[in-house]
Design a protein around this ligand. Structure first.
Ligand code: FAD
Length: 517
């Protein structure tokens, strides 16, 4: 088996992982950066709305908005870190250094928008392609950084721990310690071991364990599943945020309709054109996401209609193609002209508020294993995330974690062992079985562990998923590993963990809503 060595192994090349790679390289560390696809194939690239930047004149207002969106459950220390460190990190890296082309007004000042749950305009954006503008700038800088080695079209399979993956008998009794991962790397015929002083999970969220999702294909909770298998603490997994407005067309793919449209005045209406959010929440269509998603769910259950509509009546229609080019172009592809028509929308799984538990420097309960970005859970979002906080969390988390890791590595006394070789089984996997099983995971989660939950539905989900996990495990043991197989194995595991967390929490809070409380 081929064994590669590095200081930091970063699993995930979205905004969190790529920023970490830059910061770690500046600390003099060598980094191996893995991603499932190309450098820009990540949820980060798809972020439309923007990133929080301008917290003047009152940063405390942002603290209050985050706490309110979380229904009072967010970890105040994590909120404080974001509010105090976030805007400075945006200024230093994105504005001053990388000069990301955020929109500006005619006087050259940054244009500010707002989204659901925000009581002030404080979000900067690059039209509705903010994530692309940010990630491509960061990725270019990563590619120009000699200490970072990229492995694209590659998949991490499992983490290496002292107690499980090396033959030194004494290490069986050592504290849980990570020293890298097995991975299927582009250009290598067999899995390799990447041995690292620090391993950082930056694998994004888990939206694709649901049938309807805004997430990139493959984002099925890889980080959560890998962390679970080595005994990492997971937290708040029941809090899956559903985005209220995703394009609905009978045979059309789901894609996000940014909340910034509602921030600019668009209103949710039913088939009859009646607004229905004003009677639900004082902020109407701009209420926190969980409230809007449930109100739409209820509206659809009562009417039997497949979707509701976003009425753009109050907006300057002529400006829409320029301000929201992604939404304009994608809707037009599917027969909806937003300069004229309302947009048909439904909710879809969007963001995992929970994940691998970490402190504010990205440390998990496993030594030398960190987590950042959407994979991690510092408690910043509590039971429900405030819009546009996640890109900022990726950046602040990456910065503090890379700096802390550099200090840890400098003080490190532990010997990196030789990992056990990977043994490849002979059989080839069958893609038809993989697709069918993934469909079943996604449908089960959508129907039984979605926007509205009950103990009976969750019990049903658990039964189906447990049986499926057995099948998939035996399939995994017998077949040569492929990216698709790794994805399926992690999807069913993550789905079970979400269902388990949801069934242990009988109380509705934020994004977790149970009808039989
Ligand atoms: C459509 C959409 C719009 C959004 N809009 C906004 C917004 O306007 N503002 C905001 O703040 N947030 C927004 N969000 C949320 C935000 O984009 C994400 O939370 C954030 O980008 C997550 O970044 P990340 O780096 O943690 O993960 P991602 O960007 O998802 O990157 C994950 C990376 O991990 C890699 N990976 C995963 N598993 C493995 C594995 N096993 N092996 C190797 N690589 C692996 C993937 O290939 C990818 O490179 C939006 C999300 C979506 C989906």
């Amino acid at each position: 088996m081929k064994v590669l060595h590095t200081d930091c192994l970063v699993i995930g090349g979205g905004f969190a992982g790529s920023s970490y790679a830059l910061y770690a390289a500046r600390e003099g560390l060598n980094v191996a950066l893995l991603s499932l696809g190309g450098a820009l194939e990540a949820n980060s690239d798809w972020a439309q709305g923007g990133i929080i930047y301008d917290t003047s004149p009152d940063p405390e207002l942002l603290t209050r908005d985050i706490l309110e969106a979380s229904d009072g459950t967010a970890n105040q220390a994590a909120v404080r870190q974001l509010v105090t460190e976030g805007p400075a990190a945006v200024r230093e890296l994105l504005l001053d250094e990388l000069q990301v082309g955020f929109d500006r007004n005619s006087e050259g000042a940054l244009e500010l928008t707002r989204e659901g749950g925000h009581s002030a305009r404080r979000i900067i954006h690059a039209r509705d392609r903010t994530g692309h503008a940010i990630l491509s700038a960061v990725a270019r800088r990563v590619d120009a950084t000699s200490r970072v080695t990229r492995h694209m079209n590659s998949v991490a399979i499992d983490l290496l721990t002292l107690s499980h993956n090396n033959d030194n008998p004494e290490d069986r009794y050592a504290p849980l310690t990570c020293f890298g991962a097995y991975a299927l790397l582009d250009g290598y015929p067999e899995p390799v071991a990447i041995v690292a002083k620090k391993t950082v999970l930056a694998c994004g969220g888990l939206g694709q364990i649901y049938q309807h999702s805004t997430n990139h294909p493959g984002i099925v909770g890889h980080g959560v599943a890998m962390a679970y298998r080595v005994g990492a603490r997971l937290i708040d997994l029941e809090y899956v945020q559903f985005h209220p407005t995703v394009f609905y067309g009978k045979n059309a793919p789901r894609f996000l309709i940014t909340e910034a449209l509602r921030g600019e005045g668009a209103v949710l209406v039913n088939l009859q054109g009646e607004p229905f959010m004003d009677k639900v929440h004082a902020r109407g269509s701009l209420a926190p996401r969980d409230i809007v998603s449930r109100a739409i769910h209820e509206e659809l259950s009562n009417s039997g209609e497949p979707c509701v509509y976003l009425d753009l009546g109050e907006l300057d229609r002529g400006r829409l193609p320029d301000r929201f080019p992604t939404v304009y172009e994608r809707c037009l592809e599917h027969g909806v002209d937003i300069t004229r028509d309302p947009i048909p929308v439904v909710p879809a799984a969007h963001y995992s508020c929970g994940g691998v538990h970490t402190d504010l420097d990205g440390r998990t309960n496993i030594r030398h294993l960190g987590a950042i970005g959407e994979t991690a859970c510092t408690g910043l979002h509590g039971a429900n995330r405030l819009a546009s906080t996640s890109l900022l969390e990726c950046l602040t988390g990456a910065r503090s974690t890379a700096r802390a890791d550099a200090r840890d590595i400098a003080a490190m006394d532990f010997r990196l062992p030789e990992p056990r070789p990977w043994l490849s089984p002979p059989e080839q996997s069958d893609p038809t079985l993989i697709h069918q099983d993934l469909d079943l995971v996604q449908q089960t989660m959508w129907n039984y562990a979605g926007i509205v939950r009950s103990q009976r539905r969750l019990t049903r989900a658990r039964r189906i998923l447990l049986e499926l996990r057995e099948e998939i495990q035996s399939f995994y043991r017998d077949c040569r590993v492929t990216r698709e197989l790794v994805e399926l194995r992690n999807a069913v595991q993550t789905a079970l963990l979400v269902v388990h967390a949801a069934s242990l929490n009988p109380r509705s809070k934020g994004a977790h809503y149970v009808i039989d409380e």
